[in-house]
Design a protein around this ligand. Sequence first.
Ligand SMILES: NC(=O)c1ccc[n+]([C@@H]2O[C@H](COP(=O)([O-])OP(=O)(O)OC[C@H]3O[C@@H](n4cnc5c(N)ncnc54)[C@H](OP(=O)(O)O)[C@@H]3O)[C@@H](O)[C@H]2O)c1
Length: 229
Amino acid sequence: MPDRPYTMLSCSVSLDGYLGDRTPRLALSNDADFDRVDEVRASCDAIMVGAATVRTDNPRLLVRSQARRAERQARGLASSPMKITVTGRADLDACSNFFTTGEVEKLVYTPRSRVRDARARLGPVATIVDGGRHVQMRWLSQDLADRGVARLMVEGGGVVHTQFLAADLVDELQLVVAPFFVGDSSAPRFVTDGHFPWNANRRATLAEVRQIGDVVLLRYALSTRFQDE
Ligand SMILES: NC(=O)c1ccc[n+]([C@@H]2O[C@H](COP(=O)([O-])OP(=O)(O)OC[C@H]3O[C@@H](n4cnc5c(N)ncnc54)[C@H](OP(=O)(O)O)[C@@H]3O)[C@@H](O)[C@H]2O)c1
């Protein structure tokens, strides 16, 4: 078994590269693309977002389509993938949708120094994982593989994207570009500053361009494990 899951990083950005505009859940995509994302979600074992996304967007992170939920259950799986988040402060609300929705396992990775606090706040609603001194995404990916996660979908936000991409842990990037600008440099960007494996001398491989109504999906193969489905 590979030492980390097949990892897809999926997000939508504005024309100027922002993930949102500082209001919760800015709709950068459209219904047809939300349905495409739902299908990708349904194919995964786990979905991961950063703690800021849990706090800001209050996402449910469930498979929406009844048919896809039923199809997963027919395969002996939970109706939706496991949910994963990571936090340094452990300041998450146990009543947020991340924790209260879906009969699926929820994992919270946090540094050792915060484990006790996280267990006190979230112990009844999630499994708290001791991430060591600093939670490293390579270690987290290996830990997920050890827990049986073969396909991981990383769904934001920018701080989490940056760590996965900079550590060369993403096999496939699914980037949807919305046809408008945010125009606010204080808004969250697709990635923060970092040293990425792809640069002018090492260009990523563009695997697909797909128009979906008024947005465009760009799929990049970021590793040799890329599965062209
Ligand atoms: N357009 C899209 O597709 C899309 C998708 C998702 C999110 N978003 C947007 O993105 C924004 C949030 O993105 P963001 O970049 O600000 O934050 P984020 O990546 O969602 O979360 C960052 C937080 O995650 C925790 N974290 C990340 N790496 C960690 C590590 N190695 N160890 C411990 N904790 C770690 C920290 O939580 P603590 O602060 O708790 O310590 C950190 O503040 C929101 O506005 C949301 O609407 C957009």
